[in-house]
Design a protein around this ligand. Structure first.
Ligand code: SAH
Length: 237
């Protein structure tokens, strides 16, 4: 697959159509707002961001990008949904953050010009929206410095994730628009681990995220059956 082909235009238009709602905490993006403090704490625990140069791949409206910029030296967010990036840019201005930059570029293209330039790369809730996730894993690994950290989060391909992430979230609880996720694109931790290994990324930690619809609370645990997070480190050169 050619480097610039690793994008599904219908996925991008899904996100662009909702772009004006990125920063509304009650919108379709509510789950991302609610899990943001949890994932920021996990990332910062593994690699304290102070003084670090961070890249956020598939940044959307910049919910995690901005949160990381509060402590990192600089954060660049990249995405291919033009409207989302415009919203992200405006919001960073409003927030008065000087150390955030956004760019419309694919991760594979950026890997050609900025290889090895980042201390930390995050790629959260994005791999399940691209045709070839291994190509993204490879590019993330190229972009991080030897010894640097790469974080991924995605949805596992299990009956439980079909039940919770698709039937539950999209059809029963209406937390997400119908069609947000496609089961066939979900990725098993073993599949992601293989792509990591093949690209010099050593797995440091894996966590699961659970949700109780009655209390509307999320918590981090070891159950990787639905949404899971992986911390990896690139081997020293
Ligand atoms: N990472 C953000 C947003 C997740 S939503 C967060 O966790 O808060 C998924 C994002 O992936 C959307 O912004 C969508 O536009 C983006 N995306 C989908 N396919 C992409 C691709 N091929 N390249 C870059 N971004 C992509």
């Amino acid at each position: 697959m050619a480097k610039l082909d690793n994008v599904d235009p219908s996925e991008l238009s899904k996100f662009s159509d909702l772009a004006h709602r990125w920063w509304d905490p009650q919108s379709e993006f509510r789950p991302l707002h609610e899990i943001n403090p949890l994932r920021l704490a996990w990332i910062s625990e593994c690699s304290p961001l102070s003084g670090l140069k961070v890249l956020d791949v598939g940044c959307g409206g910049g919910i995690l990008t901005e949160a990381m910029a509060m402590s990192a030296m600089s954060v660049k967010g990249i995405d291919l949904a033009t409207k989302s990036l415009k919203v992200a840019q405006l919001h960073a201005l409003e927030s008065g953050l000087q150390n955030v930059q956004y760019q419309e570029v694919s991760v594979e293209t950026l890997a050609q010009s900025e290889a090895g330039q980042y201390d930390v790369v995050t790629c959260m809730e994005m791999l399940e929206h691209v045709p070839d996730y291994a190509s993204v894993v490879k590019a993330c690994s190229q972009l991080v410095k030897p010894g640097g950290y790469v974080y991924f989060s995605t949805l596992n391909r299990t009956p439980k994730s079909f039940l919770f992430a698709i039937l539950g979230a999209e059809y029963i609880l209406n937390m997400l628009p119908k069609g947000t996720h496609e089961y066939a694109k979900f990725i098993k931790p073993s599949e992601l681990a293989r792509a990591q290994r093949e690209n010099g990324l050593q797995e440091l930690d894996i966590k699961g995220l659970s949700y109780n619809p009655l209390t509307r609370r999320y918590w981090v645990n070891q159950d990787v059956g639905v949404n899971y997070w992986v911390a990896t480190q690139r081997g020293q050169a």
